[in-house]
Ligand binder design. Structure first.
Ligand code: GAP
Length: 459
């Protein structure tokens, strides 16, 4: 039975088992920076690979890219990021803690009995840290600044990208010419992004360095409504069939007129019921021709498309589904976490087991090979078996502690199959395979093990 897990439990498991560590920990850490450990890296790779397969490989209308993090600063001037990519900042006059004004106002509005007609004055809210008075709000630009080359002045100023989209917009013409694509088609990219967030927090939910997987889907504006619906249903399929989450935990938030970015005709935020509240997971926006039209003006290059059938010439419009990879990973940890009573090695006894029920294709290790004893005649066979399995799967090998404790450890890191090599294995050339979720055990011939696991993983 799924338990409502707390964020603290996830943070603790993530560190204990090597999914995610606090960044720079031996130097006292760096607030809100996190390092993906061995298990976290594998999980992230698997999520990204599944994303690629679903949104790029399995479609005939998508091409991938990998563009630079540091771009010509003109890109950010033209895209509007240097002027507008900011959040409203307030600071406490007493303790000097900083807050996002919009977050404080949102929290206030969620309080019981809040008068919705009352003026939205952030200065009327006491500092959540010390109760002191807050300053008026000012806009704080989130772009991370750096310098190119040895001089540090305005001529060498550059920025770390805050989103991957711009790299795809400025390459639209290159991609069109190189691939000879016809509309509609998309350019997809996964990569690191940097935002100097005022209030990062909630583990990997909001950080200053994070990954986005997003694509720009170029269309004839006449088609925008049906293309938007097509992507919404693909996004549903992604969450249901690939990430296999409980769909009741998603909230589909249509952003109303007046709250969308000025260039967007439709935006949907896909929110998730996190332990710290319902908040954005990812989104999809119809961005019209805003980006290409601006880059066309800013660069002087034509970014128009000539339809070879109708001879119509126009600036393509764009539908942009965007996914925070780290937020998807956080959701996969929250969804996988289960606590349940399970039998121990002692006849008739049970104890609590924590089991991460990742969809099998996302699990970091697919198989753990566990010899029943450390004796060389068993460990030799087990190590050889593990090495054979490594050709096809990520395999963990563990010969320390009791078999019960080793099963519990593999449950906690979500390994779908534990393979036990025992003394009978020396004669019958077979092993016991334990299923993570049902804990059922089956005797399988070693020669057939790879095929058995491959079949189960794709079932
Ligand atoms: N090109 C559109 C774009 O960048 P966004 O909503 O600003 O849209 C995309 O960001 C996604 O990146 C978000 O939906 C969220 O999943 C993730 N994201 C945004 N800021 C983040 C942060 N500070 N930490 C972690 N993930 C973040």
């Amino acid at each position: 039975m799924a338990k409502q897990v707390s964020l603290e439990e996830i943070v603790s498991l993530a560190k204990r088992r090597g999914f995610i560590f606090p960044g720079s920990e031996i130097y006292g850490g760096l607030a809100n920076s996190w390092d993906y450990g061995p298990l976290g890296h594998m999980l992230k790779q698997n999520i990204k690979a599944a994303w690629w397969k679903f949104f790029v490989q399995e479609r005939d209308d998508m091409v991938p890219m990998d563009t630079a993090i540091i771009m010509n600063p003109k890109v950010w001037e033209v895209s509007g990021h240097l002027e507008n990519f900011s959040d409203p900042l307030v600071e406490c006059k007493v303790c000097h803690h900083r807050f996002r004004a919009d977050h404080l106002l949102e929290a206030k509005a969620a309080e019981p009995g809040y008068d919705k007609e009352a003026p939205r004055d952030v200065q009327a809210i006491p500092c959540p840290n010390c109760g002191g008075q807050l300053t008026g709000q000012k806009n704080f630009n989130l772009m991370f600044k750096t310098f190119i080359g040895p001089t540090e002045d305005s001529t060498s100023t550059a920025y770390l990208r805050p989103e991957t989209a711009a790299g795809m917009f400025v390459n639209f013409k290159n991609v069109l010419q190189a691939t000879r694509r016809r509309l509609p088609f998309g350019i997809a990219q996964i990569g690191k992004n940097f935002r100097n967030e005022i209030t990062p927090g909630n583990f990997i939910f909001r950080t200053r360095e994070f990954e986005i997987g997003e694509f720009e889907y170029f269309i004839n504006p006449k088609e925008w409504e049906q293309v938007f619906e097509m992507w919404l249903s693909e996004i549903k399929r992604w969450w249901q069939d690939v990430m296999q989450i409980n769909m009741d935990n998603l909230v589909w938030h249509e952003i109303p007129d007046g709250e969308r970015a000025h260039y967007s005709k439709r935006t949907m935020d896909i929110e998730y019921k996190y332990p710290f509240g319902v908040k954005e997971l990812h989104g999809i926006a119809y961005r019209t021709d805003f980006d290409l039209a601006r880059h066309m003006k800013g660069s002087g290059e034509s970014l128009e498309y000539l339809d070879p059938v109708t001879n119509e010439k126009f600036v393509p419009h764009v539908i942009e589904p965007t996914f925070g990879i780290d937020r998807m990973l956080l959701v996969s940890l929250l969804e996988a976490y289960h606590e349940e009573e399970a039998p121990t090695a002692e006849e008739g006894e049970t104890d609590k087991r924590i089991v991460m029920k990742f969809p099998k294709h996302l699990a970091p290790y697919k198989v753990a090979v566990l010899p029943l004893s450390k004796k060389p005649e068993l460990s030799g066979v087990a190590k050889e078996l593990a090495q054979t399995l490594r050709k096809n799967f990520m395999v963990d090998y563990d010969e320390t502690q009791s078999i019960g404790k080793r099963y519990r450890r593999q449950d906690e890191i979500g390994t779908p199959f534990c393979v036990t090599v025992d003394f009978d294995s020396l004669n019958d050339k077979a092993v016991t395979v334990r299923d993570r979720d049902t804990m059922a055990q089956e005797r399988i011939a070693m020669a057939e093990l790879s095929q058995y696991i491959a079949t189960k993983l794709t079932a």
